[in-house]
Design a binder for this molecule. Structure first.
Ligand SMILES: *Cc1c(COP(=O)(O)O)cnc(C)c1O
Length: 232
């Protein structure tokens, strides 16, 4: 009997995927080796990695001016990486607080930059998505959580930034790949794999290429998007 996990994650996987993974753990594509024993820089692993990114690019119609990063540290590490990479020293960002995960994103951003919480449904136990929140003129981006994993509220329409120099950042951990999205509405999309995409262990970041080069401050090397994008 097949048991399905209907909790927020990890995602159910198709049988074909499970079979391919168990086969690859024994021997990968007649190489005489398990994929688990191969160098992560070997041809086989690099091409598997590229194929995964290509598949995602076509599934989500990700435009060519966006880079796909597969990172470690969970979506929670993005709570810090985003402000560290994308805000100058003393810079600010707008956040809409719609659940426990956006609260955590706000807490981490506040450690390294100025946070404006421009809308919050906290007082009503996160029972709704605040609409028409006024954005701050000096904010670099607006951060939202597209689906509130614990409270079950979800954006049906994403807010627009109020000037072309700003961009939208979204934590899509628990609804990514559940429907088509227009990637070009966002500067950065991130999601831990273990809610909607698969098992724990990898975090997806889809970032507009011009934002990768933001170099506002001395970010620790492994926390810089540029480090990861330049070496895949
Ligand atoms: C689970 C979850 C997170 C945290 O993900 P980790 O990968 O465990 O850090 C962040 N945001 C949302 C919306 C989540 O559902």
């Amino acid at each position: 009997m097949k048991i399905y996990n209907f909790s927020a994650g990890p995602a159910c996987l198709p049988d074909a995927v499970l079979s391919a993974a168990s086969e690859a753990s024994q021997e990968y594509q007649n190489s005489g080796m398990s994929i688990l024993e191969m160098s992560h820089r070997s041809k086989s692993v690099v091409s598997l990695f590229n194929e995964t990114s290509d598949n995602l690019r076509s599934l989500l119609s990700i435009p060519s001016n966006y880079h796909i990063l597969w990172l470690q540290g969970g979506a929670s590490t993005q709570f810090s990486m985003i402000p560290l990479n994308l805000l100058p020293e003393g810079g600010s960002a707008d956040y809409i607080e719609t659940g426990a995960w956006s609260s955590k994103a706000i807490t981490e951003c506040a450690k390294v930059a100025n946070v404006n919480v421009i809308g919050s449904s906290k007082k009503s136990n996160f029972s709704f998505i605040p609409k028409n929140c006024e954005q701050n003129i000096d904010s670099s981006y607006l951060h939202i959580t597209s689906n509130n994993t614990i409270y079950g509220t979800q954006y049906k329409e994403y807010p627009q930034v109020d000037n072309p120099d700003k961009f939208l950042v979204v934590d899509m951990s628990s609804d990514i790949l559940s429907k088509p999205v227009n990637v070009s509405e966002f500067g950065l999309i991130y999601a831990g794999a273990q809610k909607n995409m698969g098992p724990a262990g990898v975090t997806l970041v889809i970032i507009r290429k011009d934002l990768i080069d933001s170099n506002f401050r001395d970010v620790p090397t492994m926390m810089r998007y540029k480090t990861h994008s330049s070496k895949d």
